[in-house]
Design a protein around this ligand. Structure first.
Ligand SMILES: NC(=O)c1ccc[n+]([C@@H]2O[C@H](COP(=O)([O-])OP(=O)(O)OC[C@H]3O[C@@H](n4cnc5c(N)ncnc54)[C@H](O)[C@@H]3O)[C@@H](O)[C@H]2O)c1
Length: 344
């Protein structure tokens, strides 16, 4: 058992990670600002589940607030850190870039400073598949170029990766940067396509299908993603490992894809939702959105080698589990709010 700090613990992925760690008997300190980027009631409901589990302690605040993370690290001396708090969303970053500077750049800096003062055994931070940007080579491998982000969101995440690399090098901090690929599942984000589509189909409203449906996404089921994160926790990178799996020759730092490894056509994803819901979608074909890419596909060779392989829930089962949760949650607790943003 160890002490793990999870930032963004009231968020979609952070909630699932914190819950899985608690279930394994770890002590979890969860930090979140509960901001209103999407309905905070969803965050409060996720946190209520965590608070009911033994070993959980919640901290409320913004990661960029000077001294906040330093104080949390000083008090709790976490052995592991999973940093998921961030301003997410490709499209929102065009409208409100400042939120990304504050949460992602300043927040990322405060985290690195706190870890420098009280070094954990393993610092894990969320990046995104969006860093592959204009790269068209498929599947995306960690060694591919990431110098051409197409959205400001991706630019801030790429910045997090390189800021972290410098701290890993200078202060010998073992850091893993996760590149997540379109994560979905129960308790998912209301600004992302699976939620927007499910909500619209259930309420007989049209869905917006971007790039006229000519999109492929490496949809990753939340339980599979969490299994990947937990499997990587005991594997902090070191400089120039004998087997040569560190992607930096000068720092205990690596970036790692966590995706399903199998891109799905957007129209096939919609068809799976239609089957699970039992009604057809009214599709409104739209052009490509600024900042978006037409396809993502994770090369999962590295994570497979490091962990021996992570689970891959079949798409129909994953979509069914999501729709079942969606119906149960929103019929009992909330009526889903319209959200203008979308993306990862
Ligand atoms: N969901 C995906 O498909 C996906 C894909 C790629 C990367 N990511 C990254 O994974 C991480 C988690 O994403 P998610 O989907 O769970 O998003 P989320 O928005 O549900 O969770 C983020 C949480 O962080 C909190 N937060 C935001 N800004 C904060 C701040 N300044 N201080 C403290 N807390 C703050 C929010 O309140 C929220 O609860 C993010 O870093 C995101 O960029 C997600």
């Amino acid at each position: 058992m160890s002490r793990i700090l999870v930032t963004g613990s009231a968020g979609f992925i952070g909630f699932h990670v914190a819950r899985a760690l608690l279930a394994e008997g770890h002590q979890v300190i969860g930090l979140d600002s509960h901001n209103d980027y999407y309905d905070p009631r969803l965050k409060a409901d996720r946190e209520a589940i965590l608070l009911a589990m033994p070993g959980y302690e919640a901290v409320r605040g913004k990661v960029e607030e000077p001294g906040l993370l330093h104080g949390v690290f000083e008090r709790h001396r976490p052995e592991g850190v999973v940093h998921l708090a961030a301003q997410a969303g490709v499209r929102h970053s065009i409208k409100n870039p400042r939120a990304y500077v504050e949460a992602n750049l300043l927040g990322g800096f405060e985290l690195l400073e706190a870890a420098r003062a009280f070094p954990p055994r393993h610092l894990m931070m969320a990046s995104t598949s969006s860093v592959y940007g204009a790269n068209t080579k498929m599947p995306y491998a960690e060694t591919d170029k990431t110098e051409a982000p197409l959205s400001f969101y991706a630019a801030t995440k790429k910045s997090n990766e390189v800021m972290a690399h410098s701290y890993a090098h200078l202060f010998d901090l073992p850091i893993t940067m996760f590149r997540f690929f379109t994560v979905f599942g129960p308790w998912g984000r209301p600004d992302m396509a699976p939620h927007l589509f499910t909500d619209a189909i259930l309420n007989d409203r049209p869905i917006k299908v971007f790039n006229h449906g000519d999109m492929r996404r490496d949809f990753t089921y939340i339980d599979d993603l969490v299994a990947g994160i937990l499997a990587l926790l005991p594997h902090p990178p070191s400089v120039a490992l004998p087997e040569g799996d560190s992607l930096s020759p000068v720092a205990p730092w690596r970036s790692i894809n966590i995706g399903n490894g199998e891109p799905v056509k957007l129209m096939d994803f919609i068809a799976a939702l239609e089957t699970a819901i039992g009604s057809d979608a009214r599709k409104q074909m739209m052009p490509m959105q600024p900042g978006d890419v037409s396809a993502t596909w994770a090369d999962d060779t590295l994570i497979t080698r490091l962990t021996g392989g992570v689970p891959k829930t079949p798409l129909p089962d994953a979509v069914q589990a999501y729709v079942t949760w969606f119906r149960g949650y929103f019929e009992c607790a909330l009526s889903p709010a319209e959200s203008p943003a979308a993306g990862e």
